[in-house]
Design a protein around this ligand. Structure first.
Ligand code: ATP
Length: 276
C-alpha cells in the first residue's frame, strides 16, 4: 500500500464539531476483587479539551486504556468516532486506532531508539511501505511541531531533559496526524515554566489541528489554562462533568476541596494574573 492522504482518513464516517467523539456507557472494570469502575458514563465532544481528574487510583489511566483498547472491560459500551470498540477484531480496529495518538504517562519512549526513530514507530506499524526518506521527513516535521529543536531528532531519550522527553512523546503521538489525542499526565514532573509551556503547546496544536483532547491530569493550572470541560472520577464513576464554574456550583466535598482548596485558589489567581 502506498502512503497517501486517502489512506490516512479511510472508510470511517465523519463526526461533526460538538458531536460526541468518545461515548462510554455503563463501564465496569475490575482486577480480581477490586472493582475500579462500575456504571461509568462519559461523553467527549469533538473539538474539546476534556480534563479528567480524580484522586490517585480512581481509575483515570484504566479508563483511558479501556477506551484505546488496552484494557478489556467486564461490562459496558465504548464507541469512538461512532464505532463500537468492544469485541472488534484487531484488523478492524486498526482503521480506528490510527486516527488517535497517545502520550503515555512518563512518555513511554523506546530507550534504544532515537527520538526520530520513536516518532517513526507508528508510521512503520500502520504504513509499512513508506520509504525511509519520507519517514525521516515526517519525523523531522513532527519533532519541530512539538517544539523540539531539529537536533533532538538523532538523540536518545536518555540524552533529553524530562520536558524534552514529553515533547518527543508528543511528537510520536502526532505521527499519524491524529484527530484525537490522549494525554496521560503530560505535565507531571515538569517545573512550572515547562508545564505552562507544554500546556500552551497543547492548546495551540488543538486549535491549529482541530484536535479533540482527552487529558488526564492532576495539574490545576492545566485545567484552568486549557481545558474546556473537566470530568471528575470518584466512587468508581464519573460523578460530574462540566466547566470548572459548573463543577464549583456542585456541593460535592471532593470537588470543593480540589478546586476551592489552597492550590485551586492559587491556580485561579495565576490565571487572573496572566489575563492581566
Ligand atoms: N494491570 C493492573 N492490574 C491490577 N490492578 C491494576 C492494573 N492497572 C490498574 N490497576 C489498579 O486500578 C486502580 C486504578 O489505577 P489507575 O492507574 O487507573 O489510577 P489513576 O486514577 O490513573 O491513578 P494516578 O492518578 O495515581 O495515576 C489502581 O488501584 C491500580 O492499582
Amino acid at each position: 500500500m502506498s502512503f497517501t492522504e486517502t489512506d490516512m482518513t479511510e472508510d470511517l464516517p465523519e463526526v461533526a464539531e460538538g458531536d460526541t467523539l468518545i461515548h462510554v456507557r455503563n463501564l465496569k472494570n475490575s482486577f480480581g476483587d477490586q472493582v475500579v469502575h462500575q456504571g461509568l458514563d462519559l461523553d467527549v465532544r469533538k473539538g474539546e479539551i476534556l480534563g479528567v481528574v480524580g484522586g490517585s487510583g480512581t481509575g483515570k489511566s484504566v479508563l483511558m486504556r479501556s477506551i484505546i483498547g488496552l484494557q478489556t472491560p467486564d461490562e459496558g459500551e465504548i464507541s469512538v468516532f461512532g464505532q463500537s470498540m468492544i469485541g472488534r477484531d484487531e484488523t478492524d480496529a486498526v482503521a480506528i486506532r490510527k486516527r488517535w495518538g497517545v502520550l503515555f504517562q512518563g512518555g513511554a519512549l523506546f530507550s534504544t531508539l532515537t527520538v526520530a526513530e520513536n516518532v517513526q514507530v507508528p508510521l512503520r506499524e500502520f504504513y509499512p511501505d513508506i520509504k525511509a526518506p519520507l519517514l525521516d521527513e515526517i519525523a523531522a516535521f513532527k519533532v519541530t511541531m512539538s517544539g523540539l529543536p531539529a537536533e533532538a531528532g538523532p538523540k536518545y531519550p536518555a540524552e533529553l531533559s524530562g520536558g524534552m522527553r514529553k515533547r518527543a512523546g508528543l511528537a510520536r503521538a502526532l505521527a499519524l496526524d491524529p484527530e484525537l489525542l490522549f494525554l496521560d499526565e503530560p505535565t507531571a514532573g515538569l517545573d512550572p515554566i515547562g508545564a505552562a509551556a507544554f500546556d500552551e503547546l497543547t492548546s495551540e496544536l488543538q486549535k491549529i489541528l482541530g484536535l479533540t483532547v482527552f487529558l488526564i491530569t492532576h495539574d490545576l493550572d492545566t485545567l484552568y489554562a486549557i481545558c474546556d470541560r473537566v470530568a471528575v472520577l470518584a466512587d468508581k464513576k464519573v460523578i460530574a462533568v462540566g466547566t470548572i464554574d459548573e463543577l464549583l456550583a456542585l456541593d460535592h466535598p471532593w470537588i470543593q476541596e480540589y478546586f476551592n482548596g489552597p492550590r485551586g485558589r492559587a491556580a485561579v489567581a495565576a490565571k487572573q494574573k496572566k489575563k492581566g
